[in-house]
Design a protein around this ligand. Structure first.
Ligand SMILES: Cc1cc2nc3c(=O)[nH]c(=O)nc-3n(C[C@H](O)[C@H](O)[C@H](O)COP(=O)(O)OP(=O)(O)OC[C@H]3O[C@@H](n4cnc5c(N)ncnc54)[C@H](O)[C@@H]3O)c2cc1C
Length: 593
């Protein structure tokens, strides 16, 4: 086996182990790739029970008051530090343990409610929202998800109040996008009571201010010469814990403390292992699912701020005797921002609700949310910046800070390129396996194989002939719903054709994957928008409002999203991929020219 094949085998084995542990309910995104519209997960639009909404409203009011009085995002950026009184205040209002069980001092909120809190912080200060995410969404998430009652009792009470802080340490020099390539070693002591950890971690948010870090390290697999990743709770007072860089100076989210540390023969007790030994990568990826969901919420908040700032300026600033908002090219930017902000909120709410409702496998949806919202926010900041013209460039306005802050989103917690590929490949795996069944049977027909292939064939055929029904309740949305159903049918057809045409090499064809992932993301985004719109219309009716709510931004989103989907699908057969790859290969092979 050559090196490339060995690497591919390793990746497939890791993916199998991570993603497909057992039978699970068909989620929305996986359903899309099969040509189904799994309506139950997305319609009707999720709403909080009244008691939960009251709790959330109370928490939101407290949070807003605190942020209005005590948070100064410009000063946080200037000083490159979030002051202790802000951290204490966040702890006091409960956001540092918002989803932690009440018995440990948390607020016991759902993900949906938590996302509303983070949207509020994301509206104002990206440093603060990233700090909260690093602590709560990922720092203590492994403990919340995988901690034993003893571990929870020992660690959580101080962490959920913010008296102590958490961090999540996965990234290393050689393990960035390739998260499975963790090199930090954890060797068991002879009596097995401890592990000795050695290695370095970099780019870790909160590293220097955390009291507890969830650290991923490689442990031997008993009875073999292999190693696997295991999650450990490490505290900085353990001998051998060495801070190499407390605050790496950086471009944006400057208030966060991004650090680098080494573990040198650090002795960690076995009882500090989180989750099953050897399953640390699954722990890490599950944790990141939560991080990506709150990422969506923070980006939504920031996009709403961009829209607000853009509206204020467009209505105030005059040139050529007109306000900027009177020019169509400015209107175009503003309309797109309003449409995107509406979609980002809808997508965040629905994704969070999947977690709350106990769907086991939502990693495609969280990846889609992360890529979609981070890309849209980047556009929103850029558009708002443009509307402000030269004034945006100066530090007395928040836009230059927001631009610097927003850039990390497309890189952190899984770069958007890696996640785009992931969305397409994990999504296509289901239909791909059905085609494999049919193909293998044609090569080696046995009675049992023919039965399985028949089932797979009927399943594929069923999805190919049926246009899924999108069950909206509002008649005025029927036309959009029908268009969405037809696009899902076309998407399924395109996925099938790509699988049949390219077979296994599709695993490496990222330009094809990008179009399939792009179409899937817009199908998900459109579904969320339609679901939200439907609910708002129904709610207005229930409340006796005769005039329908203004849905011009949502309508625009659907029209533009459908157009993008058609573009992605058309691009599968009409593209410049060959020329593009030839040009890239040519310059890559002569980097100095
Ligand atoms: C401010 C900040 C805070 C962070 N906080 C944390 C933290 O708290 N905990 C933690 O563990 N990590 C943290 N990180 C690390 C972050 O998650 C990584 O930077 C990220 O995963 C990317 O890894 P990398 O920087 O090594 O980039 P690389 O892996 O070198 O990738 C560079 C670029 O190459 C491209 N690329 C890579 N692989 C592929 C591929 N397969 N296909 C196509 N393109 C590809 C992408 O465009 C990518 O952006 C933080 C980083 C920053 C900058």
């Amino acid at each position: 086996m050559n090196k490339l094949d060995a690497q591919r085998q390793k990746e497939i084995q890791q993916a199998e182990e991570l993603l497909f542990a057992g039978p699970q309910a068909l989620g929305f995104a996986k359903g899309l790739f099969h040509g189904h519209f799994v309506a139950d997960w997305v319609m009707p639009y999720p709403r909080m029970p009244a008691a939960q909404q009251t709790e959330l409203d109370k928490s939101l009011a407290e949070l807003r008051q605190f942020l209005d009085e005590d948070l100064d995002p410009a000063e946080i950026d200037r000083q490159a530090d979030i002051p202790r009184n802000v951290i204490d205040g966040l702890g006091r209002v409960g956001v540092l343990g918002a989803t932690a069980p009440v018995e440990y001092g948390g607020l016991g909120l759902t993900q949906m409610a938590n996302c509303k809190l983070l949207e509020e912080i994301g509206r104002r200060c990206a440093s603060t929202s990233v700090f909260v995410n690093a602590h709560h969404s990922i720092g203590i998430r492994a403990l919340l998800l995988f901690g034993t009652p003893e571990q929870n009792q020992k660690w959580l009470p101080k962490l959920v109040t913010g008296e102590q802080l958490g961090a999540f340490a996965l990234t290393e020099q050689e393990a960035g996008s390739d998260a499975a390539n963790v090199q930090m070693q954890a060797r068991p002591t002879e009596d097995g009571a401890h592990f000795i950890l050695n290695g370095e971690k970099r780019y870790i948010t909160n590293a220097a201010i955390a009291h507890v870090l969830t650290v991923m390290a490689r442990t031997p697999v008993p009875g073999s010469d292999k190693t696997a990743i295991t999650a450990f709770l490490v505290t900085p007072d353990m001998p051998g814990f060495t801070m190499l860089d407390k605050r790496m100076p950086k471009m944006g989210i400057r208030g966060t403390a991004t650090g680098r540390f080494a573990l040198r023969d650090v002795k960690v007790p076995r009882e500090n292992i989180l989750g099953p030994p050897g399953k640390g990568l699954k722990v890490a990826l599950t944790v990141l699912d939560f991080g990506r969901t709150t990422f969506g919420a923070c980006c939504t908040g920031a996009a709403k701020t961009c829209l607000r700032l853009a509206l204020e300026h467009a209505n105030r600033r005059k040139q050529f005797n007109k306000t900027l908002g009177e020019f169509d090219l400015v209107k175009k930017k503003i309309a797109r921002m309003a449409a995107d902000a509406y979609a980002m909120e809808a997508m965040t709410t629905i994704t969070a609700s999947l977690i709350d409702r106990g769907l086991e496998d939502y990693m495609i949806e969280t990846a889609m949310l992360k890529v979609f919202t981070t890309e849209r926010l980047w556009e929103c900041v850029n558009e708002a910046f443009q509307i402000y013209g030269g004034s945006a460039y100066f530090v007395d306005l928040p836009l230059e800070r927001m631009l610097r802050d927003a850039r990390i989103n497309q890189i952190g917690e899984g770069s958007n390129e890696v996640l785009t590929s992931f969305i397409a490949l994990v999504g296509m795996r289901g239909p791909g396996m059905e085609f494999k069944e049919i193909y293998d049977t044609m090569l080696k027909p046995t009675r049992a194989a023919i039965g399985r292939a028949w089932n797979a064939g009927m399943h594929r055929l069923g999805a190919t002939v049926r246009v899924p029904d999108i069950p909206v309740r509002s008649t005025e949305l029927r036309s959009f719903a029908n268009q969405l159903g037809r696009l899902i049918w076309r998407f399924n057809f395109a996925v099938n054709r790509a699988l049949i045409t390219y077979r296994e090499p599709i695993l490496d064809m990222q330009l094809v994957q990008e179009r399939i992932a792009g179409a899937a993301m817009d199908l998900f985004a459109s579904t969320c928008v339609l679901s939200r719109q439907d609910e708002e219309i129904q709610l207005a009716r229930r409340n006796g409002n005769s005039a329908p709510p203004d849905h011009s931004a949502a309508d625009l989103f659907l029209r533009q999203s459908f157009r993008r989907i058609r573009g992605f699908l058309g691009g599968l057969t009409d593209n410049d991929d060959k020329s593009l790859l030839a040009a890239a290969n040519s310059v890559l092979s002569k980097p100095r020219s």
